[in-house]
Each structure stands twice: as structure tokens, then as C-alpha cells.
Ligand binder design. Structure first.
Ligand SMILES: Cc1ncc(COP(=O)(O)O)c(C=O)c1O
Length: 488
């Protein structure tokens, strides 16, 4: 293991972190070649005059990230295939062997598989790479100790209540806390009886499709838009009507021209995904009036309204007029973690019973223990403190990304600050194809999906979507440098 590992005792970075960085850099640069056996933790600790724990910490991190393989104590080697060079996403399903007849599945199953096939390449690009992972909050900033304490306390104090809980709409105190939060912060008009706790907004759109749509029904979707929810609609047999988005958000007039009899319109009014535009007041009224006139519904996806960095948050669409024909959803995926799988759906009173039936026939209810812990997290004030902290952290990360990108990527990417969200759009020169740029970035270990992957019928200048929320500052700087190399 002939490589120089120089650590700086006066640096503020902990020694294990410095060692991890130095080893990772040597591996990525090829100074430690694939297959090389590393010194044992004891030998390296002695050589560098460090504690063995420091070395073990660094090795454990590199093993977890896939730069090393093997086991501490019985031989650790540099991985033959580095995480940067691995295919974006391994095929989840093995293709059928040649000549084998496909297993008999329903028309719905076939539609679903086709919808997923259209998505998987883009999802692969999102999930790979050190930076700039799209749409997820920082794992490091998750309040893990506090969450652990609340979890433990809940279990000790009320495990019987938790284990006997059985309301398909969710834990009542959580629905109450949410109804209060949504009324004050988002202007939602609802009582707790209209709030359903769901396993993320993905389940919300899935239930909305089941309850409100028949196969073949037309649905307005934003173009460009959130292709994962569009996948759910396609899988349900809906006909997607791609509606252009302009500087005021979804173009309602164009939508009416394209498909006046659509049954449902799906929108992200507070921060249009992926362009970050806020739907104008005029368009909001037009949308609600259309739904009223045509007996149609609006699905309002308020997925990251907590992240507004400039000005005051706009109230939601659902509360704009009494009895608006809106189903409103929000999620804890952006504020806490998508792995919690908790979100909420607010439905009009007249639909509550049907949605309860849909939930029972789907999976009865969301896991009660997590709901109870989340209730404590909200009602004891931790939620609003956490949101404020995350808003500051992400605003800093966004500013750093803009600064680094403007310096390192000048002439390659045009980028500016955004008022909302967790990602920025890096606009490419008009002659550069964004898919090619995204593939080059992926080959350099950078996740930067192309804007065109989120387009339906629309076309326009190419861009890369650069998520910053989940990316530590050092990886933002390193990621920008690597992206610049990849694009040059
Ligand atoms: C537009 C949009 N809606 C919703 C979600 C959240 O989905 P879920 O709550 O199912 O994790 C995301 C996450 O990426 C999103 O980008």
C-alpha cells in the first residue's frame, strides 16, 4: 500500500474524516489500484501514529460506500469496481431468457411495467453519484438522536395504545396536529376528519387515481413535470395530457384547449417541479374555475413548500376558495427523510368515506409507531425548529453551489439562485444535448439528470438538475470540479 497519507493535526476536520478523504482520493485517482490489499487497521494506525479507532472509522465508511471490499480484521481490499464507475442502477428484474414465454399478467400489470420501463433510466441517473442527488434531504442532518429518544419514550409509555391503533385515516392526534399546522402555515381549509395519513405522496396520487379515474380518462400533467407521479397515472391507465408550463406556471388556457374534459389536473403550485416556478394567482383562479365548471378535480402536490428562501410562502390552492375541488397532499420526505414514508392527503368531506375504503383495500393504515413519534416531534416544537434549521442549511448549500458553479463552470452552465426548492437548474449552451451531458456526468460519478427526461411534448434549452440539499459542502465543491471536467 504505497501511497502518501498526510494528515493535518491542526485542521478542524476530525482525523478519521481526513484519513477517509485521503484514502478515497488515492483510490479514485488510481494511486491505490483496484484489488490492492490495505494495511491492517493496527499496522496503518502504527505507521501514521493514529489511534486504531480512527483508522477503523475511516475503513468502515469506505466499506459502506463501496470503495473497499472485504472485512475489517480479515483483509480489506480496494474494490475492483468503484462506486463512481458502477452502472447507475442495476437491473432490478432479470430479463426473461430468450424463447421463454412471458408469464400471464393482467392488462394493468402490462401497463404498469411499460410505465416503469419509461422511468427507470432517469431514476438510475438520479440515484447514482456523490453529488448532486436530486430531491432528498440531508441524511446527516436527520435529528437521529432526538428521534431515537422520542421513539424510546413512546414505546415505553404507550406501546399498548400504539399496538391497538387501527384507524385507516391515521393516528388522530397526528391528524389534529397536521390540520392545525396546515391551516396556519399553508392556509388549508380542513378538519382532522379530512386528513388521511399516507405512505408518502406517492401513495396519495395512487389512491387519487384509483378513486377518481377510469382507464382512458384524461389527466392534465405539467410539462416538464414530476415523472414519478405521472408513472402512477399511466399505470392506472390514464391518458396524460402534457400541458406547457410558462413563467406563470401551468398554462390553464392551453390545457383547456388541449383537453377541456379532463377529469383531473395535477399541479405543484408552490414550487413547480422541476422549474421552481410559483403558479400565479390568476392561473390558480382559472384552474379552480375550470374544475368547478367541468366537475373535474385538482391534485395539489405541495411537496416542498417548507423550502422558500425569499419572501413569504404563498397560501395553497386548496384554501383559496371554500369547497374548492382540490385534493391536497404534502410529505415528510423533504423535511425529514423519504424513508419514513409518511405524508398526508386532505380530501373534500364528501370523499372521505371512499378514500377510507380505498385505504382499507390497499394496506389498512400507515405504521402507528412512526405516526405517534411524528406527533410528538410536531407538537413539542421540534418540527418547526428543524424546518428552520434545514432552510438555513439548504440556503447556504444553494449559495455555495451557485458560487462554485459560476466560477468553475463558466461558459458551460448558466446558473442562478432560486427562491424555492432543493435543486437548481444548470442551463447548458443551446448546442449541447442535456442527455449527453448527463451521461458524461454520470460516468464521472456525478448525478445530474437532464431536464429533457422530465419533458413530455415540450422542447427547449437543455439543462441539468443539480440537487444540493443532501450534498455536504466539500462534495459540492468537488462535484462542481468533476462536472466541469466531464463537460469539457
Ligand atoms: C414533485 C414531487 N412530489 C412528491 C414527492 C415526494 O414523494 P413521496 O412523499 O412519495 O416521497 C417528490 C419527491 O421527489 C416530488 O419531487
Amino acid at each position: 500500500m504505497a501511497t502518501s497519507l498526510v494528515l493535518d493535526a491542526s485542521s478542524q476536520a476530525p482525523l478519521h474524516r481526513q484519513l477517509y478523504e485521503a484514502l478515497r482520493a488515492s483510490i479514485v485517482a488510481g494511486r491505490l489500484s483496484p484489488g490492492t490489499r490495505l494495511l491492517s487497521t493496527r499496522a496503518l494506525a502504527e505507521q501514521l501514529d493514529l489511534s486504531r479507532n480512527t483508522v477503523m472509522n475511516a475503513y468502515t465508511q469506505l466499506l459502506a460506500e463501496g470503495y473497499l471490499v472485504g472485512q475489517l480484521g480479515s483483509g480489506t481490499y480496494v474494490a475492483r469496481e468503484l462506486p463512481e464507475r458502477r452502472p447507475a442502477q442495476r437491473a432490478l428484474i432479470r430479463p426473461p431468457s430468450k424463447g421463454a414465454s412471458p408469464p400471464p399478467i393482467s392488462k394493468r400489470g402490462t401497463t404498469m411495467a411499460a410505465a416503469h420501463a419509461g422511468l427507470s433510466a432517469t431514476l438510475g441517473l438520479i440515484q447514482s453519484g456523490m453529488a448532486f442527488r436530486l430531491g432528498t434531504p440531508s441524511v446527516d442532518a436527520f435529528p437521529s438522536e432526538l428521534w431515537g429518544r422520542l421513539l424510546h419514550r413512546r414505546w415505553q409509555r404507550s406501546w399498548r395504545e400504539v399496538l391497538s391503533h387501527q384507524d385507516p385515516r391515521g393516528y388522530l392526534p397526528l391528524r389534529q396536529a397536521l390540520a392545525d399546522y396546515l391551516a396556519t402555515s399553508r392556509g388549508v381549509r380542513c378538519g382532522p376528519e379530512q386528513v388521511l395519513i399516507v405512505n408518502g405522496s406517492q401513495q396519495a396520487i395512487s389512491m387519487v387515481a384509483q378513486v377518481l379515474l377510469d382507464p382512458g380518462d384524461a389527466v392534465w400533467v405539467e410539462d416538464p413535470g414530476y415523472i414519478v407521479a405521472q408513472g402512477v397515472l399511466k399505470a392506472a391507465g390514464a391518458t396524460l395530457v402534457h400541458v406547457p408550463v410558462d413563467e406563470e406556471g401551468l398554462n390553464v388556457e392551453a390545457a383547456i384547449r388541449l383537453s377541456p374534459n379532463a377529469r383531473l389536473a395535477t399541479v405543484t403550485p408552490s414550487s413547480q417541479f422541476p422549474l421552481g416556478i410559483t403558479l400565479s394567482h390568476r392561473r390558480r383562479l382559472e384552474l379552480l374555475q375550470w374544475a368547478e365548471r367541468s366537475n373535474a378535480w385538482v391534485f395539489e402536490d405541495d411537496y416542498d413548500s417548507e423550502y422558500r428562501y425569499v419572501g413569504r410562502p404563498l397560501a395553497c390552492l386548496q384554501g383559496l376558495t371554500p369547497d374548492a375541488r382540490v385534493l391536497y397532499t404534502g410529505t415528510f420526505s423533504k423535511v425529514l427523510t423519504p424513508n419514513l414514508r409518511l405524508g398526508y392527503l386532505v380530501v373534500p368531506e364528501a370523499l372521505v368515506e371512499t378514500f377510507v375504503a380505498a385505504r382499507i383495500f390497499s394496506d389498512f393504515q400507515s405504521a402507528p409507531l412512526e405516526q405517534a413519534v411524528l406527533t410528538d416531534f410536531i407538537t413539542e416544537g421540534h418540527f418547526s425548529r428543524h424546518v428552520r434549521r434545514m432552510r438555513t442549511l439548504y440556503a447556504e448549500r444553494q449559495a455555495l453551489l451557485v458560487e462554485e458553479a459560476r466560477r468553475e463552470l463558466a461558459g458551460l452552465i448558466d446558473i442562478g439562485p432560486a427562491d424555492t426548492g432543493m435543486h437548481l437548474l444548470g442551463w447548458l449552451p443551446p448546442e449541447m444535448d442535456d442527455r449527453t451531458a448527463a451521461e458524461r456526468a454520470a460516468a464521472a460519478g456525478i448525478s445530474a439528470p437532464p431536464l429533457s427526461a422530465f419533458r413530455g411534448q415540450s422542447s427547449g434549452r437543455g439543462a441539468l438538475l443539480l440537487g444540493y440539499a443532501a450534498v455536504p459542502e466539500r462534495d459540492i465543491s468537488e462535484g462542481v470540479r468533476r462536472l466541469a471536467q466531464a463537460l469539457r
